[in-house]
Design a binder for this molecule. Structure first.
Ligand code: HGY
Ligand code: MN
Ligand code: MN
Length: 416
């Protein structure tokens, strides 16, 4: 069978096989960190890596790494990969497709007897999304030494379970989170293949996106605290209505992003009123904020507007507030020489391509400040993602694998 057809068949098989690892079968992919679905998925990835001839190891953060030995094992490795966790009711490609394409590259290197000068590593990161604990980039952050025991204790899910306790529930020891850190200069470059999750490539009918910038992200959980009272008997001027105060902040956030330009965005994804009774004035209103921009000053400006508005409205209401920062990741510009190399490959194969920035975060966002990093996008039909209808035709993954393999074998990725 011709090589491309073999790659197409294997990718279709692997993508399909991964669909079962969800806690919401029939309602999208829900694979939250430190759950059975995530554990089962990581075990399946281990099996695929072993079948691809790789040495496999897992770490205390729940990451899985497959390693193809190079001629000189002391040299920093070439790493490709993405995350295997998902959002709630997400799609079948976000993250996992990048890992499966990287495993396919390993197969091709093996089948063509191409041993690199240095090890080729496939990384399957845990908890990139931050869906369970609101944070994100846990596995890739641990690899970089950016996660410690205090961090694991600090962040909790909606049931009050901390990362620390969630890890222990699946026999991972957070006291040794530092063991997940890779030695400095042990990775020569990192490539992440990912679905675009936006409409650009699909709308413009372009095969591949060469990502040169990833937007920065600021995330908060904000609690406005008022006082529960009777909805019928409490005069309007005697209320400490947490929803009234919070909604005066929330209603401005989208416009502050619109006014900022530079493709900046801001999202309130969750709003919770407590105690949550139809005839009770809300004692507390909790809401999340996710701000993205390519410009750090815009991130800072929108977040300070939100914080000032929370202070003002709770002061007027006579209540209190709590603001928990969950994530603060700066915008990153990716490695030009690796992008140039991928552009040459695209031209050689006759694949259409477009330079573009990413509004979505990705593990590459936290890795890029430390290691020469590049991202490759494939189109998302109608730009839909983080929902069950997420779809990318396998043809684009087949094309991406050719580019990834060229990069893995190029001299460019051979940098110390
Ligand atoms: O939220 C994001 O940007 C990514 O999907 N984790
Ligand atoms: Mn993703
Ligand atoms: Mn995602």
């Amino acid at each position: 069978m011709k090589q491309l057809e073999l790659t197409r068949q294997r990718l279709m098989r692997d993508l399909n096989d991964m669909k079962v690892f969800t806690t919401t079968p029939g309602k999208g992919c829900t694979r939250l960190p430190f759950t059975c679905a995530a554990q089962d998925c990581s075990n399946a990835l281990k099996r695929l890596m072993i079948q691809a001839g790789m040495e496999v190891c897992t770490d205390v953060a729940g990451n899985v790494f497959g390693r193809l030995p190079g001629h000189n094992r002391k040299l920093p490795c070439v790493m490709m990969g993405s995350h295997y966790d998902s959002v709630l009711h997400g799609g079948d490609y976000d993250g996992i497709a990048g890992i499966l394409c990287a495993i396919e590259v390993a197969r091709l290197l093996q089948e063509n007897g191409e041993q690199l000068e240095r090890d080729f590593v496939v990384a399957a990161f845990n908890d990139e999304e931050g869906m369970r604990f609101g944070t994100g980039y846990f596995g890739s952050g641990a690899m970089l030494g950016l996660r410690d025991v205090d961090y694991c204790h600090k962040y909790k899910d909606i049931d009050g379970i901390s990362i620390y306790d969630a890890m222990r529930a699946v026999d991972l020891d957070p006291e040794h989170i530092d063991d997940a850190r890779w030695p400095d200069r042990s990775i020569s470059c990192f490539l992440e293949l990912h679905i675009e999750q936006g409409p650009v490539l699909d709308r413009e009918n372009v095969d591949l996106g060469l990502v040169d910038c990833i937007a920065g992200i600021k995330r908060y959980v904000i609690k406005v605290k008022g006082r529960a009272d009777h909805a019928g008997t409490t005069p309007m001027d005697m209320r400490l209505d947490a929803v009234d105060a919070a909604s005066k902040v929330i209603s401005n956030i989208a416009d502050w992003a619109r006014e900022s330009g530079e493709e900046s965005v801001a999202t309130v994804g969750l709003i919770k009123a407590l105690p949550g009774g139809i005839n009770i004035i809300a004692e507390e209103c909790e809401f999340t904020v996710d701000i993205r921009s390519r410009k750090q000053e815009i991130l800072d400006n929108i977040s300070s507007k939100i914080i000032e508005a929370v202070k003002k409205e709770t002061n007027i209401m006579g209540g209190q507030y709590e603001i928990e920062e969950k994530l603060d990741a700066h915008p990153v510009y990716l490695c030009k020489s690796l992008l140039d190399s991928m552009e040459v490959s695209c031209r050689n194969y006759g694949y259409s391509f477009k330079y573009m920035s990413s509004g979505a975060g990705h593990d590459a966002l936290v890795i890029a400040p430390c290691i020469p990093t590049v991202m490759l996008f494939v189109p998302s039909v109608n730009g839909r993602s983080h929902c069950p209808v997420e779809f990318t035709d396998v043809e684009y993954f087949v094309k991406a694998v050719q580019i990834m393999r060229d990069l893995a074998t190029s001299k460019l990725s051979e940098r110390d």
